[in-house]
Design a protein around this ligand. Structure first.
Ligand code: URA
Length: 186
């Protein structure tokens, strides 16, 4: 499957009821040759309106942290577990995530990132382990099939609770270091 086929499939998707309320399917943004892929939870209001992930307040904070750590736009691609906005920004339901997760798998296959970063609990549970505990397990690297995977706090959680800012910043710096490390090896 190529990008065009993939994007057409997403745009026409009616696999779950979230399609009824969407303005846009929010597929992803960033470099299609990226070494890092960030995965959030699902589009918010701004993302639904623009059709681009992480353009609202959480995305702006993430952008600032990435720039401060020296992670460039060409280094990453960013997408979500679900590609249509859940009403009132509620957590995506298990059945919505199950209906959508194959799109994320296809994105992993198209991009083949060397580093995957789960932004928050929902992405960590969907990608790493359904029992994942974000407060305890964030910042820890796992290696799966030559890919390094880590979860950090969702930037929206950092905006709500500033005590999460320091650990989130430590994680972002660790991501930059991992990027340097994998580029030294390859
Ligand atoms: N929060 C997310 O998880 N994803 C977005 O795209 C925006 C906010």
């Amino acid at each position: 499957m190529n990008w065009e086929e993939f994007e057409n499939e997403c745009i026409n998707c009616r696999k779950c009821p979230l399609c009824e309320g969407r303005t846009n399917v929010v597929i992803g943004r960033g470099s299609k040759n990226a070494d890092i892929m960030f995965v959030g939870e699902g589009p918010g209001e701004q993302e639904d309106l623009k059709g681009i992930p992480f353009v609202g307040p959480a995305g702006q904070l993430l952008n600032k942290m990435l720039i401060a750590a020296g992670i460039e736009e060409s280094d990453y691609y960013i997408a979500n577990v679900v590609k249509c906005r859940p009403p009132h920004n509620r957590d995506p339901l298990d059945e919505e995530q199950s209906a959508c997760i194959n799109y994320l798998r296809k994105q992993f296959l198209l991009i083949r990132p060397k580093i995957i970063i789960c932004l928050g609990r929902i992405a960590a549970k969907a990608i790493i382990n359904p029992e994942f505990k974000i407060t305890k397990e964030r910042g820890l690297w796992i290696e799966r099939k030559n890919t390094y995977i880590m979860a950090t706090f969702h930037p929206a959680a950092v905006l709500r609770d500033m005590s999460k800012k320091k650990p989130a910043w430590e994680d972002i710096k660790a991501i930059k270091n991992k990027l340097i490390e994998i580029r030294e090896v390859n």
